[in-house]
Design a protein around this ligand. Structure first.
Ligand code: COI
Length: 356
């Protein structure tokens, strides 16, 4: 159990009102959670303090070798005024899996959850109410040793910041256009593709810029070895509905184990919808599109929630899906997952956790 000290801000910011437009990740709340680590001492000094800059040495290791991790989850306000988190245990499990991969000391699960609960409780008033909005929670850890040699740092900062958000894509629930990348790769098995660490995201930027220039929102990655099998989109996992079966790439070590991905798979099982986690080649998708069995494509992610894909571009081929509209399954997954997140419909798996 953490003994969290609290220093409240003496200059609270203006909380966005119901009519203020919310985008993704631009506004931050009044406070943040911070905790330090030192080799031999462990995690110490858990505290809630006013949101503000860190002071770090220019030699801090995170600036040079990227030893950092992050997570993303959301808090929602239910109609009866409760504050709900969605499957925080899954994010905490994944955070410590990332930590192990990149040699960051783990944070005990119960301390991690306590820290999330404490900071969300503190800035609860910032949780927006409008449909499609939520309070995005961004925990992260950075390596802070002032040292230029390559080794794991002996000191770290763990921080949690909060941001009231709207849809991740400007399109909202409207279908996005995705570019299938065949030049660069995001990750290879044995690398860090399944860890939530900045390196995976910087690896995606060149392709993302290229895709944007061509009018596409994001890129879909193919595997790094054969450049043949579908991996993920980077900001989300990907699903296809082909001939009545929902299919998503299996977790092969280079794909992020998404929480929303896992929830969609569970919902398929609950509903008796055939669902498969397996290798999917780009040729299979191309064929399915050609013969009319590619019924829906959608991405899943904490930030993206369920994001229908209306168009895929692979080399010179443009594959339109659902006539560029929202498919019935995408809509049903979206309605069910957001319904559970908001406490509006039954939560048979106990996915929501109340912040008290
Ligand atoms: C999330 O969905 O929470 C993510 O971390 C994706 C991020 C790149 C916005």
């Amino acid at each position: 159990m953490l003994d969290i000290s609290v220093v409240k801000t003496d200059s609270p910011k203006q909380i966005p009102g119901p009519d203020d437009p919310l985008t993704f990740g631009t506004i931050f709340t009044d406070h943040m959670f911070v905790m330090n680590y030192e080799e031999g001492k462990g995690w110490y000094d858990p505290r809630i303090v006013p949101y503000g800059p860190f002071s770090l040495e220019p030699s801090a290791m995170v600036f040079h070798y990227g030893q950092e991790m992050f997570e993303g989850l959301k808090a929602y306000k239910s109609d009866d005024g409760r504050t709900l988190l969605f499957r925080p245990d899954k994010n905490i499990w994944r955070a410590n899996k990332t930590n192990r991969r990149i040699c960051i000391p783990e944070i005990p699960d119960e301390d991690f959850l306590q820290a999330i609960q404490a900071i969300v409780k503190m800035d609860e008033a910032w949780i927006p109410h409008k449909p499609g909005t939520s309070l995005y929670i961004r925990p992260f850890i950075i390596a802070t040793d002032p040292f230029l040699g390559v080794r794991p740092s002996d000191t770290y900062i763990f921080c949690i910041i909060l941001s009231p958000v709207g849809a991740y894509y400007p399109e909202g629930l409207n279908p996005v256009k995705i570019w299938i990348e065949d030049e660069y790769v995001r990750a290879v098995r044995g690398g860090i593709g399944e860890a939530k660490t900045g390196g995976n995201y910087v690896a995606s930027l060149r392709s993302q810029v290229k895709a944007h220039e061509e009018g596409y929102s994001q890129v879909l990655w193919l595997d790094g070895v054969e450049r043949k099998y579908i991996e993920e989109v980077g900001a989300m996992n990907i699903f296809f509905k082909i001939n009545g079966t929902v299919i998503t790439p299996m977790l092969n070590g280079s794909i992020l184990p998404g929480v929303t991905r896992d929830s969609v798979i569970q919902l398929c099982k609950d509903w008796g919808v055939p669902v498969e986690e397996r290798r999917i080649s780009i040729d299979e998708i191309f064929e399915a599109h050609k013969n009319g069995t590619l019924e829906e494509v959608f991405g899943t992610g904490t930030a993206a929630v369920i994001s229908p894909v209306g168009q895929l571009r692979w080399e010179d081929h443009i594959m339109k899906v659902q006539d560029g509209g929202i498919g019935p399954y995408s809509q049903k997954f979206y309605d069910t997952i957001t319904g559970i997140q908001l406490g509006r419909i039954a939560d048979p798996h106990g996915w929501t956790v109340e912040v008290k």
